[in-house]
Unconditional design. Structure first.
Length: 223
């Protein structure tokens, strides 16, 4: 038998139970072959063929699942960026962390050198913008080399601009990674991974301030 028609395979599976329980040569299923010649299967051969079909089906399914689930460098980097931007996963992303804050709440700071939420967000804006410009081959923002200067912005009137800016920069980062080829990502993966870690670190500080000030909703992800 060279080939089995699709309907023959279906008959093979459908009649397994009957053949398994005492089928003989006379009662075995007759299957139409590729050339129209009927092929008689004994119970032994019938079982072998059925086993082969099932194994091939299971193997094909596993291989398809592995192919679909196989992560790439690009998919890993994108996931890291998105989970620190607006996609809820193991921790709260920055968009949710700053959602609902008034300018007064965002600009509050204690009398120490600790930063306000506005300052933390503007710090993230600076470094994400700086590295994105470098990644795209564009002119980077002016920088004196003093990291303290990146924690700018105690002006309450600019808070809404900061909210929009951090979101738009993260969207731009995700698009840049999506459009990049593998060769570029191989050169930049370490920097991009650290960007995600840096975003998550300061987002944690933002949530800490909100919890301390009593304006954090625990239903958003951190009890």
């Amino acid at each position: 038998m060279r080939w089995l028609r699709n309907d023959a395979v279906m008959m093979l599976l459908c009649h397994f139970h009957a053949v398994y329980y005492g089928g003989n040569k006379a009662s075995c299923q007759v299957i139409q072959g590729h050339f129209g010649r009927p092929v008689y299967l004994t119970k032994k051969n019938y079982m072998k063929l059925l086993t082969l079909i099932l194994l091939l089906g299971v193997t094909g399914s596993i291989n398809a699942q592995k192919k679909d689930a196989m992560p790439t460098l690009k998919s890993i980097l994108l996931e890291q960026l998105k989970t620190t931007h607006n996609s809820e996963d193991w921790f709260v992303p920055v968009n949710i962390a700053i959602d609902g804050l008034t300018p007064e709440q965002a600009s509050w700071k204690d009398t120490s050198s600790n930063h306000s939420i506005v300052q933390l967000v503007n710090h993230l804006i600076f470094w994400n913008s700086d590295q994105l410009a470098k990644f795209k081959g564009e002119k980077q923002p002016a920088f004196s080399g003093d990291n303290n200067e990146t924690f700018s912005g105690l002006d309450k009137t600019t808070w809404q601009q900061s909210i929009h800016r951090i979101d738009s920069i993260m969207v731009a980062w995700e698009k840049a990674v999506e459009d990049a080829d593998d060769a570029k990502l191989q050169k930049w993966y370490n920097v991009i991974a650290h960007i995600g870690t840096h975003n998550a670190y300061h987002t944690g500080q933002i949530i800490y301030i909100r919890k301390m000030r009593g304006n954090w909703n625990p239903e958003k992800g951190v009890k």
